[in-house]
Design a protein around this ligand. Structure first.
Ligand SMILES: Cc1cc2nc3c(=O)[nH]c(=O)nc-3n(C[C@H](O)[C@H](O)[C@H](O)COP(=O)(O)O)c2cc1C
Length: 168
């Protein structure tokens, strides 16, 4: 079962988060997850994927304009309707809008016709509300990308597990 993690990233944080999600997905039996920057998407692999997770840095609490343009253009040609969809974000500050970014990604996916998945708050700690968000600020002691690896991998496992349940 193919799964795609697609992201925009300028300084590498969102790319790192994407790789952790795919690492978690690939721990699920039968999953074959790959990551793609929006500039180099393997369209055949994405078309064959049963689930697609899309991520962005928070830019003024919005997804990047490049990702939004990709979602309004290229994504519309990838047969994403009916597939499992998810979203993730990275931000510099604790209240930097990452949840809003995930929400807007999920809304775009809903409009395309995807079945959106948060990661399942009901599964308990660590609670993932709309999708995983990493805070990379080095000004707040409890933050930093390295603290989020387990969260993103857990999300990847939950997402792949749900996709397998639905489509496997
Ligand atoms: C133009 C611009 C706008 C940004 N706006 C925000 C913001 O609103 N909130 C925030 O927390 N971080 C903001 N950031 C920081 C990035 O979201 C953060 O560093 C992110 O992890 C970068 O991801 P990347 O390394 O994948 O490019 C902004 C960065 C840029 C370049």
């Amino acid at each position: 079962m193919k799964l795609s993690v697609i992201y925009d990233s300028r300084t590498g944080n969102t790319e790192q988060a994407a790789e952790w999600i795919a690492e978690g997905m690939n721990q699920v039996h039968g999953a074959e997850a790959r990551t793609f920057a929006i500039q180099s998407v393997d369209e055949d692999f994405v078309r064959e994927s049963r689930g697609i997770v899309i991520g962005s840095p928070s830019y003024c609490a919005l997804m990047t304009p490049e990702l939004h343009a990709w979602m309004l253009g290229s994504a519309m040609k990838l047969n994403m309707a009916g597939k499992l969809g998810g979203g993730f974000a990275t931000e510099q500050y604790t209240h930097g809008g990452g949840d809003l970014v995930v929400q807007s990604i999920l809304v775009n996916e809903l409009v395309i016709g995807m079945l959106c998945y948060s990661g399942g708050g009901e599964y308990g700690e660590p609670y993932i509300h709309v999708g995983p968000v990493a805070v990379n600020s080095n000004k707040e002691a409890h933050n930093g990308m390295e603290h989020y690896k387990d969260l993103f991998m857990l999300y990847g496992r939950r997402f792949a597990g749900k996709a397998a349940e639905l489509f496997g």
